[in-house]
Ligand binder design. Structure first.
Ligand code: THU
Length: 131
């Protein structure tokens, strides 16, 4: 799958977002080494703090389907003018499973940029930190 295709998959998830409070839909598409892709959208809650971000929806779907050690790339898309940067909690959750992940971050006009997760979360705390 090309980067553009992965980003477009993330965009296609915007219509699934449940965002009655923020009206800020986010979509994600997480690709594994075998080519399988797990998508996600943000799912908000009237108890605002219980909102689940798009990236974490995708990660939890992947892990629950048996994918854990093979994440390669994630695309994140929103409709905003700025790139839809992953929040700190999502960076942390991604780092748990895939510190070597490539992150594609898109903005509303379709443009996207590419960053290693290590640059978005330098010196991150992870499983190896507990040894
Ligand atoms: N959101 C995500 O889905 N991912 C992020 O990394 C940043 C924020 C969602 C949460 C909430 O539903 C909305 O964007 C506004 O914060």
């Amino acid at each position: 799958m090309t980067e553009r295709e992965l980003v477009d998959l993330a965009f296609s998830m915007l219509e699934r977002s449940y965002v009655p409070y923020s009206h800020f839909p986010v979509g994600a598409a997480l690709e594994c080494a075998d080519g399988s892709v797990f998508t996600g959208c943000n799912v908000e809650n009237s108890a605002y703090g219980d909102t689940i971000c798009a990236e974490r929806t995708a990660v939890v779907k992947a892990v629950s389907e048996g994918h854990r050690d093979d994440f390669v790339r994630i695309a994140i898309a929103g409709r905003s003018q700025d790139y839809c940067w992953p929040c700190g909690s999502c960076r942390q959750v991604l780092n748990e499973f895939a510190p070597g992940l490539t992150v594609l971050v898109a903005r509303g006009d379709g443009a996207f940029v590419r960053f290693p997760l290590r640059e978005l979360l330098p010196h991150g705390f992870g499983p190896k930190s507990l040894v």
